[in-house]
Write a protein that binds this ligand. Structure first.
Ligand code: AMP
Ligand code: GLY
Length: 430
């Protein structure tokens, strides 16, 4: 099998790792990949959103299966292009990827299908006055979201009406989020713990992976600005079997059925971002791909063959294939560049990686790394992004997984390294 992975983060390294642990002989390619993926895949310098060059590459290299990591190429229609060319790809069509690409679409879809989510209104570029009036009427807290893709920064939880009106002005009047904010969703604030639920979907059938919890804020105790995610763990104790059954029956199944009935069957990874409210789980948002860092805990807990699962997702045949998950838990601590998610410097050598990897039941996934050299020095691994590494520990329970992850993380150092010391704390409490 010749497999192409699109993307360059910890998520894509976790995907590559799950495939290399899979039976059989495979040749892996990654576009563009990173300093860790290159150990297990040939990296190709094509950007994840350069669809025509990715199609050309896959055709020329006779790729059997392509796996799209990030959302941009999917929202731009890469799966449709691969379909036209008769090439298999794991990821939804552009029409189905609107679940992530357009929050206005996703909210209207949920309302049509009776899927539990926050009450909301949508406003266009010319409707600033109406939006502000609606916010004044409904009060705070309230959440203002850019409808389009905004790299995880498009949702603003506003504690006061003034802040909400200011955010609306920024998005609608000042085009602060560009085209992504030309339409906004204003929604009810929901209270509860968050969980990320991943379903592999082949258009008809689906299989759930272990529920995970992300840590979006940069600071301990969930303080400071939102990031792509500073750590994750799975499974999530508050997501009991009963709660999972409710999420499956009221959210995952009706979402997939709705997509079929409306003419855009969903094939790929469906990520349901859930708020576990007192009234049961409600959808915060959908994404059309694995989460990052969630993939770094969810995939290592997959006991079934990952390639078989991804193939069935892309080509059909998930029905009847119950995925088996490993017992125990996984926890991932993200090591980030100081300053992230704001401005940060890169190009610092990374020390101690071998020692970390030698720790028992530990996987080190690369995100922002690249091979480089300091003046006059040899080639070595350098920091090249905000989130640099994800250190995942596996254990019989969450405590053990966390201990292993933190012990291994303690072996690694680079200048200005920052990480959260409280990953999994909520999970330990419950
Ligand atoms: P989103 O981009 O929609 O996933 O939102 C990013 C983050 O904002 C979520 O992970 C939540 O922490 C928060 N958030 C979004 N929508 C709501 C809501 N309706 N109520 C409370 N928090 C929310
Ligand atoms: N960890 C959140 C995301 O991948 O969107």
């Amino acid at each position: 099998m010749r497999i192409l992975i699109i993307g360059s983060g910890g998520r894509e390294h976790a995907i590559a790792h799950s495939l290399s642990a899979s039976g059989g002989k495979h040749t892996l390619f990654a576009a563009p990949g990173n300093g860790g993926i290159c150990e297990m895949a040939s990296t190709v310098p094509i950007r994840a959103d350069d669809i025509e060059n990715l199609v050309r590459f896959a055709r020329a290299e006779q790729i059997d299966l392509t796996i799209a990591g990030p959302e941009q190429p999917l929202v731009l229609g890469i799966a449709d292009r691969f379909d036209e060319e008769g090439m298999a790809i794991m990821g939804p069509s552009a029409a189905a990827a609107r679940l992530e690409g357009s929050k206005a679409f996703a909210k209207a879809f949920m309302q049509r299908r009776g899927i539990p989510t926050a009450q909301y209104r949508t406003f266009g570029a010319e409707e600033y006055d109406q939006a502000a009036a609606w916010v004044r009427e409904s009060g705070a807290p309230v959440v203002v979201k850019a409808s389009g893709l905004a790299a995880g920064k498009g949702a603003v939880v506003c504690a006061t009406v003034d802040e909400a009106v200011e955010t609306l002005r920024f998005m609608l009047r000042e085009q602060g989020f560009g085209a992504a904010g030309a339409e906004v969703v204003v929604e009810e604030y929901m209270e509860g713990e968050e969980a990320s639920l991943f379903a592999l979907c082949d258009g008809e059938d689906y299989a759930l992976l272990a529920p995970a919890q992300d840590h979006k804020r940069v600071g301990e105790g969930d303080t400071g600005p939102n990031t792509g995610g500073m750590g994750a763990y799975a499974p999530v104790p508050v997501v009991t079997d009963d709660l999972l059954a409710v999420a499956r029956d009221r959210i995952v199944a009706p979402t997939l059925q709705g997509m079929v009935e409306e003419g855009y069957p969903y094939r790929g990874v469906l990520y349901c971002g859930l708020m576990l409210t007192a009234d049961g789980p409600r959808v915060i948002e959908y994404n059309c791909r694995f989460g990052d860092p969630e993939a770094q805990v969810v995939l290592p807990l997959l006991a079934s063959d990952a390639l078989e699962a991804f193939e069935a997702t892309a080509r059909g045949g998930l029905g009847g294939a119950t995925l088996s998950l490993k017992p125990g838990a996984a926890a991932c601590v993200v090591l980030a560049s100081g300053g992230y998610p704001g401005r940060y410097e890169t190009g610092f050598p990374i020390r101690g990686l071998d020692k970390a990897r030698a720790e028992r039941d530990v996987l080190v996934f690369h995100a922002g790394t690249a091979s480089g050299r300091q003046e006059g020095g040899p080639d070595e691994l350098m920091t090249s992004g905000g989130r640099v590494l994800g250190v995942t520990g596996l254990g019989g329970d969450l405590r053990e997984a966390l201990d292993r992850a933190y012990k291994a993380a303690g072996r690694i150092s680079f200048e200005n390294m920052q990480f959260r010391r409280d990953i999994g704390k909520r999970g330990l409490r419950s």
